[in-house]
Design a protein around this ligand. Sequence first.
Ligand SMILES: [Zn+2]
Length: 412
Amino acid sequence: MKKKSLKVLSVLGAVAVCLTATGCEEVISAVNSAIDNVISGAIEGLTSELQGALESNLGGTINSSTEEGSSVEDSSTTENSSDETDSSGNAGGDENVGDGVDDLSVHFLSLGNKVSGDCTLIKTGDVEVLIDAGSTTGSIGTIVPYIKQYCTDGILEYVIATHGHQDHIAGFTNSSSQGKGIFESFECKTIIDFPKTTVTSNLYKEYVSLRDAEVETGAKHYTALECWNNANGAQRSYTLGEGITLHILYQKYYESSTSNENYNSVCTLITQGENNYLFTGDLEKSGEESLVQSNHLPKCKLFKSGHHGSNTSNSSALLSVIQPEVFVITCCCGDQYNFPHQETIDTVSVYTQQVYVPGMIGTSGDYELLNGNIVVSSTDGKTVRIDCSNNNTLFKDTEWFKKNRTTPKNWL
Ligand SMILES: [Zn+2]
């Protein structure tokens, strides 16, 4: 029997044990038919089907990368691995299609100014997901042309706004001399945003009005809570491509009131084969704790640092669970908040040296690139490679880091 089948069977066995306790008829039947399928050798598409059935019944995201010793490679060793056969040595008869996953790329955009913010484009085939559009309306002239390069059909299938702060939503609006923002530049099919907000700014009002105009012309709009609850047509999980799924995660501030807008952040996990990519907006430590408690978070190949590398986020409680291998800090180093904070660097240093940052305030006081646009991509759902528009220098090796931060002992 194929190694893959054995793995599936062992997972199914474990699931069957759990189900004895829960007694979910629907899931038990899915497992039974799954076991039949595995035994007959028809495992194609099986795991995702099963995962869907389990998730909707057990109320959580299933960790699909439970395998020990799954690929742990840094960018330098993964650079040329895209065409290799299965790293487990399963070469015979399985040449084809890699591992049944589509290619995926995650682009962290350099925003062209000294204000830290988020704008992340995720692409597989003709399907794009945009998470946030920061950092200022002045970024529109930078982010819209970049996205147009990759979104050639003019359609963003999923648009996620994590919370109502300017550095995450400004680019959706049109308040710029630099042209139309995201909502008017692209057809946005499904818009997912925050259930609660503390923000009342004019910029936020413009965001809402342009979002609603998009809905009038056919877009679907759901809150993250509707997604989590599979309510009103919303879904907790969306299939983006073969072996690739977008999951909306739960954290308690979707429902609990807070005066801190960052707490309202929508959290998203994208799975591609064995790779997991986590995005938490500006969620802070209390929300991270809730995120860990409410979801079965897997180890993550990539984590977009919470809140631009702030010490109010990136808790050990979260990082010890997801153990990120690539850590992208979406900030302008040395900005008005002095991001990224030393505490965050110290915490992440336990897990990885692969930290990347788009830009910094240079010696002239102007915005200058560090890595520039940071693209994390995978063709096999096991390994990733990093391609940055300016250079691939690790954060710890940059002049900015050496001058402004202390090297943690794990990086010495
Ligand atoms: Zn922010």
